[in-house]
Design a protein around this ligand. Structure first.
Ligand SMILES: [Zn+2]
Length: 89
């Protein structure tokens, strides 16, 4: 039956294409997720010039007050946005 043969070939082609697509999609997804996270982390850390500490907003599951202060000298302050921490506000 020629129609069945065609069907099988189509099925294999579909399957192969799907596998390839899925692979490239997951690779792309992984890379973009990493970029997003890196970008997000850089944007989330601020430097408070009042208490000279770095602080960042954190998800609620890390801290219920949704921000966290880092000890002095732990993080480089260069390139960090100057913003008063919620404590000094
Ligand atoms: Zn402060």
């Amino acid at each position: 039956m020629p129609s069945d043969e065609k069907h099988i070939i189509d099925w294999i082609l579909d399957k192969t294409d799907f596998k390839k697509q899925k692979q490239s999609f997951s690779n792309k997804k992984k890379a973009s997720a990493f970029e997003r996270r890196k970008h997000k982390m850089d944007n989330l850390i601020f430097y408070c010039s009042s208490c000279e500490c770095c602080w960042s907003k954190v998800p609620k599951y890390i801290d219920v007050i949704k921000w966290r202060k880092y000890p002095k000298g732990l993080m480089p302050t260069i390139g960090k946005k100057r913003k008063e921490c919620p404590e000094c506000k």
